[in-house]
Design a protein around this ligand. Structure first.
Ligand SMILES: [Zn+2]
Length: 313
C-alpha cells in the first residue's frame, strides 16, 4: 500500500503535467465507489451532488495530497465574462484514494506519467480491465484510475478543507507537518498503546504505514512494542525527528520499492536500498552490526535491531 512518501511522488509528477488542463468529461464503470457528493447550496444533480456538467470545462488548479489521498483542485470559469469570475460553485476537488492496488496514469500524445501499484504492469495500455474511471481533458489527454482489487474510491467535494477532511474520514495530523508539541500531546493521551501500532493509526497521525514506522523507530532507537507510557521525552523527540527524516529521505529517493511500489515516472523507487530496518531481516544493523530481527506484532511484521532498540531499558 502506498504510504505518504509514495503518494507525494505521484502527486508531484501529476501536478507538473495536469495543472491548467481542462476537463472534457469522465467515464466510470464503478458507481459504488464513485461519489459525486454534494454541491454547496444543495443544487440538483446526481443524488443532489456534482454532475458531469460541473466537471466539463473545469480547470485543474493543482494537485496535492492530504494523508494518503490525492486531491485534484478544480475551478470553473464563466464563458463570456471575466475569466477570473466564477459561476455557481466556487471550486471543487476530486479526491482519489489509491488504497491497496490503485494506479493513476496520465497519458497524452507526448507524455505518460504512471504511479501506484505495479499490477497490472504500469506500462500496460489503459484503459484495461482494471480501469475504474477515465477522466478526459480537452487537450486529448486522459487520466486513468485503475484499481485491480477495487478498494479505492473517488469523491467530489467543494474545495473546503473541512468538507475535504470530512469526506476522507477521521484523519490525524499529517506525519510531515505535525509539531513536536502536538505529537507529544497526542501520545500522552494514549499511554497504554504500543508505539508502532499507534504510529500506523491514521487517526493518530496520517501517512505512516509499516515501512516508515519501522524506519522511524530504528532511527529513534525505540523498540516497536514499547508502550507509549515507557517513552522518555528524549525518545519522543528522537521519534518525532525520525518520522520526518525517514519520509524525507524516501521522497528524495522517489518513494519505496517495497510492496513493489513504482513512482510517477514509471521508475522503481530506491528507498529499500537505503532502508535501515524494513525488510532488512538478518542483515547487520548499520549502527551495531547485530542482525535485524523480524517479529509479528498486532498482525504486522515489525523489523528492528534487538540491540539498539531494547524492549526493557
Ligand atoms: Zn543496532
Amino acid at each position: 500500500m502506498p504510504e505518504l512518501p509514495e503518494v507525494t511522488v505521484i502527486v508531484n509528477g501529476l501536478d507538473k503535467k495536469l495543472k491548467g488542463l481542462i476537463f472534457a468529461g469522465v467515464e466510470y464503470d464503478w458507481p459504488r465507489k464513485f461519489f459525486w457528493g454534494r454541491r454547496p447550496g444543495g443544487r440538483s444533480g446526481p443524488e443532489g451532488g456534482f454532475s458531469i456538467d460541473d466537471l466539463r470545462g473545469a480547470k485543474v488548479k493543482g494537485i496535492r495530497r492530504l494523508g494518503k489521498v490525492v486531491i485534484i483542485d478544480c475551478t470553473r470559469e464563466t464563458k463570456g465574462q471575466s475569466d477570473k469570475e466564477e459561476k455557481g460553485i466556487e471550486g471543487f476537488s476530486i479526491l482519489i484514494h489509491l488504497k491497496l492496488t490503485g494506479q493513476l496514469i496520465y497519458q497524452d500524445k507526448k507524455t505518460r506519467i504512471a504511479g501506484g501499484h505495479p499490477i497490472p504492469p504500469l506500462n500496460l495500455p489503459s484503459p484495461n480491465k482494471t480501469t475504474r474511471a477515465t477522466f478526459e481533458f480537452t487537450n486529448g489527454g486522459h487520466l486513468y484510475f485503475n484499481d485491480l482489487r477495487k478498494f479505492g474510491w473517488v469523491k467530489f467535494v467543494p474545495t473546503d478543507e473541512e468538507k475535504i477532511r470530512e469526506a476522507i474520514g477521521v484523519l490525524g495530523p499529517d506525519a510531515l507537518e505535525i509539531s513536536f508539541k502536538d505529537f507529544a500531546d497526542r501520545l500522552a493521551k494514549k499511554p497504554n498503546s504500543r508505539i508502532k501500532k499507534l504510529l500506523m493509526d491514521q487517526t493518530f497521525v496520517s501517512g505512516i504505514g509499516n515501512i516508515y514506522s519501522d524506519e522511524a523507530l530504528w532511527l529513534a532507537k525505540v523498540h516497536p512494542a514499547r508502550s507509549v507510557a515507557s517513552l522518555s521525552e528524549a525518545e519522543i523527540k528522537a521519534l518525532h525527528k525520525g518520522i520526518r527524516d525517514a519520509m524525507e529521505l524516501a521522497i528524495e529517493k522517489g518513494g519505496s520499492s517495497a510492496n513493489s511500489f513504482v513512482g510517477s515516472g514509471g521508475e522503481k523507487g530506491l528507498f529499500l536500498s537505503f532502508a535501515k530496518a524494513y525488510h532488512m531481516t538478518g542483515r547487520p544493523c548499520e549502527r551495531c552490526k547485530t542482525p535485524i530481527a523480524r517479529k509479528k506484532m498486532d498482525g504486522r511484521s515489525a523489523h528492528f535491531c534487538p540491540a539498539c532498540q531494547r524492549l526493557e531499558p
